[in-house]
Design a protein around this ligand. Structure first.
Ligand code: URA
Length: 206
């Protein structure tokens, strides 16, 4: 979904974008809003700002490859968005103020998509959603629970671009393992939701 910043009603504008000269669009999402899996990144970069979609540059291409590697279709099986919706100047890390200003929108996206599993790509997304400042290398791959949802922190794809080895124990290999955990969990949820005998309400998605 793409939204021109000046076409939004004031209450929907991202607080940080009005004053941000390097941002031309509000980058909202891509993928399937009915998906059970949601990936949240940090912020749009130059390519995302130009095309109006998250993760469409080099790191997004790698993200799609990794998702496909574990059997997740990036168009059908996942909803992708960012902690903040506007490109920060010079691609700097979003400030705490920007993360807080953007949180109501992100929360609304989570509520509307209602995913079973959320992956947080990188430490900024972890901080934005979980409020944790842990190093991503210690928290990645460890299931977290947030407002009743399963949350999986991941290395950010831009870090994986700089560490492209696929040997055992390398960041990409670890991330593939983390995504397999996500995929397995979703399959378990799917199985449970199609077994009426269990009487589990899986949140209205069939
Ligand atoms: N990095 C992010 O965190 N998000 C994007 O959309 C692109 C790069």
């Amino acid at each position: 979904m793409t939204v021109a910043a000046d076409s939004l009603p004031a209450q929907l504008r991202c607080d940080c974008c009005g004053a941000n000269p390097s941002s031309s669009k509000v980058v909202v999402s891509r993928g399937n809003p009915s998906a059970r899996f949601m990936v949240i990144g940090e912020a749009p970069g130059a390519r995302e700002d130009a095309l109006g979609k998250p993760f469409v540059g080099r790191s997004g291409k790698l993200l799609d490859i990794l998702l496909k590697d574990v059997g997740i279709n990036p168009c059908r099986d996942v909803f992708i968005c960012n902690a903040i919706k506007c490109r920060p100047p010079k691609n700097r890390r979003p400030t705490k103020k920007e993360l807080i200003a953007s949180l109501p929108w992100l929360n609304q996206q989570i509520e509307l998509v209602d995913p079973w599993v959320i992956a947080l790509a990188g430490s900024t997304a972890v901080e934005a959603v979980l409020g944790l400042k842990d190093k991503i290398s210690t928290i990645r791959g460890v299931w977290q629970s947030w407002q009743g949802r399963m949350v999986m922190p991941l290395f950010h794809p831009s870090y994986l671009l700089r560490n492209s080895s696929r040997v055992e124990g390398a960041p990409i290999t670890l991330t593939l393992g983390d995504l397999i955990k996500v995929q397995n969990r979703i399959k378990e949820f799917e199985k449970a939701s199609t077994m009426p005998m269990l009487g589990i309400d899986m949140g209205g998605k069939s």
